[in-house]
Design a protein around this ligand. Structure first.
Ligand code: CP3
Length: 364
């Protein structure tokens, strides 16, 4: 019989499946599986007609708190494309909503916050997250670990900077001007905000780990808007709190951002086992930058980096780009094939399936 006290004290280890053969997990740990593993950021979503059918009449956030729906939507791209990993269907703002922040995801726009956070008082009033508040997400993870068979499940959270950008701006932003204004003009309030967001991200990821996810990805989608100096001063300590704080879980930790070619070394330093690379930086260039980071025993593991727009350019281009990326990825200790950012909604899903077949059929 399971000792309930032990299970509660070390839940991150108790629910985890053992998937020693998973090509995704082998590569993420710096090994060379028999085939290059592949999954796509935003693989679950509007590119799939079966997703659009299932989501009809249900708001995005309501879907994220419905375990059966989350399970089914997460499974759709696994069944259709044969990818090597599923990513939990959720959103970076889900833990904020669960904690009680008044925000909505508006179709075609993204997260919109009712009262943007721009003062020390607003930061002090930001609620904390209890694991119980994301219980429907944990329930979805438990359903998925039995539905998935041998396919790995990736959990995720938004990184403190990217979450802060939505909270401070009140919605999506091109230049992040209010976010940077707070960061530069009131560093104490800034650091207090990011510290709270790091705690929320950590609680969200710990809940997913306790329920059984096999890897985690920290999305710092908008960190590329910062210089390396500012990233180190204003962001790195907080992302590091999240990633280093999860080292004891023993699962691969992926760290991803867009336009982060100049930040890749610092993003590894934050405590990443795998660094996600967008299409602007060739993987072999990324590997040499990552290899220069001191303190790591093994070579860099990278994830990426096909330009999602290249999927619109026809068979020849897709074939050529996939081959180039696999060849450049050989510079790494481990390579997980992915896009350089999320699947665009207009993407032909058959082209995604084709990419999976090309990657799996490649000879290194
Ligand atoms: O990758 C996956 O398949 C898992 C699902 C996933 C979603 N959001 C579902 C979603 C993941 C990993 C996210 C993370 C997320 N959300 C990020 C980081 C990743 C990235 O793209 O950089 C960010 C910045 C957000 C914030 C957000 N949520 C945006 C910008 C949008 C798109 C707005 C729009 O309508 O174009 C959302 C909504 C959202 N999240 C959708 C999906 C499938 C679309 C909503 C819908 O289908 O109605």
């Amino acid at each position: 019989m399971t000792d309930i006290n032990t299970a509660v004290r070390s839940p991150a280890k108790s629910a985890r499946r053992s998937l020693p053969e998973s090509p995704f997990l082998v590569a993420a740990r710096g090994g060379r599986p028999a085939r290059v593993p592949v999954w796509f950021m935003r693989q679950a979503g509007r590119s799939l007609p079966e997703y659009r059918a299932l989501r009809a009449g249900t708001k995005m956030l309501a879907a994220c708190f419905d375990p059966d729906l989350v399970c089914e939507i997460t499974m759709q791209p696994v069944r259709r494309h044969g990818v090597d990993a599923a990513i939990l269907f959720s959103d970076i703002v889900v833990p904020l909503v669960a904690a009680g922040v008044d925000l909505d995801i508006v179709a075609g726009t993204g997260p919109v916050v009712a009262s943007p956070i721009r003062s020390a008082e607003a930061v002090a009033a930001l609620p904390t997250l209890d694991a119980e508040q994301v219980e429907p997400v944990a329930q979805a993870v438990r359903l998925l670990t039995s539905a998935l068979g041998d396919t790995a499940l990736i959990g995720f959270a938004g990184a403190p900077f990217t979450l802060a950008s939505y909270l401070v701006e009140g919605g999506p932003s091109r230049n992040h001007e209010r976010t940077k204004a707070l960061m530069y003009s009131d560093p104490a309030t800034w650091h207090a905000l990011l510290d709270r967001l790091a705690d929320i991200a950590m609680t969200f990821l710990r809940a997913q780990l306790a329920a059984g996810v096999d890897a985690v990805q920290l999305f710092d989608s908008w960190a590329g808007a910062l210089s390396l100096k500012d990233y180190r001063e204003f962001v790195l300590p907080h992302s590091s709190k999240v990633l280093s704080g999860l080292a004891d879980a023993g699962v691969p930790r992926i760290h991803f951002g867009v336009g982060t070619g100049h930040l890749l070394g610092a993003m590894r330093e934050a405590g990443a086992d795998v660094v996600g690379v967008d299409w602007r930086t060739p993987l072999d260039t990324a590997v040499s930058r990552l290899a220069a980071v001191p303190g790591f025993e093994s070579g860099p593991v990278v994830q990426g980096n096909l330009d999602p727009a290249a999927l619109f350019a026809g068979d020849e281009v897709v074939r050529r780009e996939v081959a180039r990326i696999i060849s450049e990825g050989q510079a790494a200790q481990g390579h997980v094939f992915n896009l350089g950012h999320g699947v665009l909604p207009e993407t032909d899903p058959d082209v995604l399936t084709k990419v999976v077949d090309l990657v799996h059929g490649s000879t290194r």
